[in-house]
Design a protein around this ligand. Structure first.
Ligand SMILES: Cc1ncc(COP(=O)(O)O)c(C=O)c1O
Length: 326
């Protein structure tokens, strides 16, 4: 395997520990662990730190001076990108979908504190606005670099190939025989990297992606996209392994009323973890994924297994959802 150049943005390895009080509250007889990428150490933490270590190395290699990226109003990816840019002395432009809210809160508030430029646009116009901004900057003699939504390109996924080797080492040192890793999946780079990393590292357990907003079928069906992304990542790393859509296990039953809409699933998960362990998952991604884990255990779908829930961040967004969560 080829090792790609990265820059250090995250504090790695992130902790891995058990959640005994949470498992007890659930009445679960197996063990539940949590991998703490929410403690990645960049801005409010989260999975984008690992992706950005590789993406930002490419930004610097290309001598770019400005990064442009996009996401929702409470995007964790956008905040992490803004923080990474500031740390590296780069300019940063965020294109956020929606109107500027009257009440600035959560990740958006933190974005603003970093002093980056923020454009608010309707969601379908995000890509176009990023290209238009890049054109203007080029005309001004600057060197812009567009990072795709969620940092989910082949380079970003490399961060999670490496994360898999990190957790396999932790499993070994802590003598954890993990049957299943559970993780939130949306733009796909995290899951694609993990599943590829599992194939490279010989992990024998399952990896279950909880779809936050993607569907299994139709024109934008998620599994073929994940396989394509993982295979582009494999090419970058010069490994022979190729994955197929069937290699990805996903749960699609937790889409609720849509992206960013907090329902009973998320509310219950956020509160149950806080009440049992004094820990927090976010309203959009990790709360939804943890809610799925609770549901699969309650329904007896997963029994006695050793499960590791991969916390990918999103806690700062909680502050924008206090009305829905209390
Ligand atoms: C906190 C959090 N968890 C999980 C994800 C999903 O990761 P990916 O987009 O790589 O599928 C995201 C991405 O937006 C996120 O912000």
């Amino acid at each position: 395997m080829k090792y790609l150049r990265k820059i250090t943005l995250a504090q790695l390895p992130t902790p891995l520990h058990e959640l005994p009080a949470f498992a007890g509250k659930l009445g679960y007889t197996g063990n539940i662990y949590m991998k703490r990428d929410d403690l990645s150490g960049l801005a409010a933490g989260g999975n984008k730190s690992r992706k950005l270590e590789y993406i930002m190395a490419d930004v610097l290699r290309q001598d770019a001076d400005t990064v442009i990226t996009c996401g929702g109003l409470q995007s964790n990816h956008c905040l992490q990108t803004a923080a990474a840019a500031k740390k590296l002395g780069l300019d940063c432009h965020l294109v956020l979908s929606g109107e500027k809210p009257g009440n600035i809160n959560g990740n958006l508030f933190l974005d603003m504190l970093t002093g980056v430029r923020i454009d608010f646009v309707p969601r379908p116009e995000r890509e176009y606005r990023m290209e238009a901004l890049a054109d203007v900057l080029r005309k001004e003699g600057k060197k812009p670099y567009i990072i795709p939504v969620g940092g989910s390109n082949a380079l970003g996924a490399v961060g999670y190939v490496m994360a898999m080797s990190e957790i396999l080492r932790q499993f070994e040192l802590m003598r954890i025989d993990c049957d299943r890793i559970v993780i939130a999946a949306s733009s796909g780079g995290t899951l694609a990297g993990l599943v590829l990393g599992a194939a490279i590292g010989g992990y024998k357990g399952k990896i279950t992606g909880i779809s936050i907003d993607r569907r299994s079928q139709g024109r934008d069906a998620f599994p073929p996209k994940l396989a394509e992304l993982a295979n582009r990542c494999a090419e970058l790393l010069e490994v022979e392994i190729r994955l197929k859509a069937e290699d990805f296990e996903l749960e699609y039953g937790y889409l609720g009323a849509g992206y960013g809409v907090v329902g009973e699933n998320e509310r219950h998960a956020v509160r149950m973890l806080a009440e049992s362990e004094g820990l927090f998952v976010g309203p959009v991604y990790t709360g939804r994924a943890l809610g799925a884990l609770i549901d699969c255990i309650k329904k007896g779908k997963w029994r006695k297994e050793t499960i590791c829930f991969w916390h990918t961040g999103d806690m700062a967004a909680l502050f924008d959802y206090s009305a829905e969560l209390l």
